[in-house]
Design a binder for this molecule. Structure first.
Ligand code: UDP
Length: 310
């Protein structure tokens, strides 16, 4: 049992991680400014004796009274439309927010984990992506507010580890989907499911030949906990290595929802990565982790959520 601070705990991933830690008996203090996180994601925890919610921007300040055993920094806008709309807040939470979260961990003698991203690989020239690949990021492009903030967050995390001896974990999160994604999140899985369920056109950006590898949220969060509990600093890729084109995803969504939606094409956003797939050898070998939920099954569960929360 531990007392754990999760920044971004009302977000998509943060709220699932919160549930998992509470289930195993940990106490969770969730800090979130609700800029993209939602009260609805934590509403079911209102009466839980181990749960506390603090509404606060972790880029400004982060302090928690009493003992803390772990600080998990998951706060950040994470979908491209969200971070493109909030570029400065995204840079601040990846830099100042990470600094504040590290400071709290250091002051409490706590373990620290940071949510990094496959975006640190940019538009990758190495495929699949191994953790030792340094990436291909445009430092001044529109996506740089997210990519470079996360790269900075990894750098300052390693500086605290080397300079202060802080125990740290860096998780590189690949495309994840599941219940509690915002319907207006703008990422491909939520867009396609919401469009298909409404009978609206399914919007493929570009020709749909770009690839992603989609991990169901329960698998992803199990990976976070395995990394947190391990002695591996990382960075560690956590994602599903089964790769799909976006056109294949659209077909699967139409099939699963039984939708009559047509597919339409829209311009490809600038610097959109052409391919992405994690090499998860390290997670398999060091954590004994691998995903178990296939895309078809995970999409069906997520479609159910969007049906109920239309
Ligand atoms: N995409 C798409 N239609 C949409 C939303 C996204 O074709 O309605 C594409 C997007 O251009 C990208 C891929 O789907 O190639 C994944 O996009 P997403 O925003 O989910 O996340 P990313 O992996 O780019 O961060």
């Amino acid at each position: 049992m531990a007392r754990i601070v999760i920044t971004g705990g009302a977000g998509f991933l943060g709220s699932h991680l919160t549930d998992r830690l509470l289930d195993r008996g940990d106490e969770v203090i969730c800090v979130d400014n609700l800029v993209t996180g939602r009260r609805a994601n934590i509403a079911h925890l209102g009466e839980h004796p181990g749960f506390t919610f603090v509404e606060q921007d972790v880029s400004e300040h982060l302090d928690v009274a009493g003992a803390v055993e772990a600080v998990l920094h998951f706060a950040s806008p994470a979908s491209p439309p969200a971070y493109l709309g909030l570029p400065i807040a995204t840079l601040k939470v990846g830099s100042l927010g990470t600094h504040n979260a590290l400071g709290l961990a250091l002051a409490k003698g706590a373990r620290f984990m940071v949510a990094s991203t496959s975006e640190v690989y940019g538009d990758p020239l190495v495929h699949p992506q191994t953790e030792d690949y340094w990436g291909n990021v445009n430092p001044i492009g529109p996506r740089s507010c997210y990519d470079e903030a996360k790269r900075f967050s990894e750098a300052i995390t390693m500086a605290y580890h080397r300079h202060h001896g802080l125990p740290v974990r860096i998780v590189r999160i690949f495309n994840t989907y599941g219940p509690r994604m915002r319907p207006d999140d703008g990422r491909v899985v939520s867009n396609f499911l919401v469009q298909a369920l409404a009978g609206d056109p399914i919007t493929i950006y570009g020709d749909g030949s770009q690839t992603r590898s989609f991990c169901y949220v329960d698998d992803e969060v199990r990976g976070f906990v395995a990394l947190l509990d391990s002695d591996l600093v990382g960075p560690c890729n956590i994602g599903n290595p089964t790769e799909f084109t976006i056109a294949e995803l659209a077909e699967l969504v139409v099939e699963i929802t039984g939708s009559s939606s047509e597919v339409v094409h829209r311009p490809l956003p600038q610097d959109d990565p052409t391919q992405r797939r994690p090499d998860i050898t390290q997670a398999r070998d060091r954590l004994g982790w691998e995903p178990t939920v296939e895309l078809r099954e995970g999409l069906a569960r997520t479609a159910e959520y969007f049906r109920d929360h239309a």
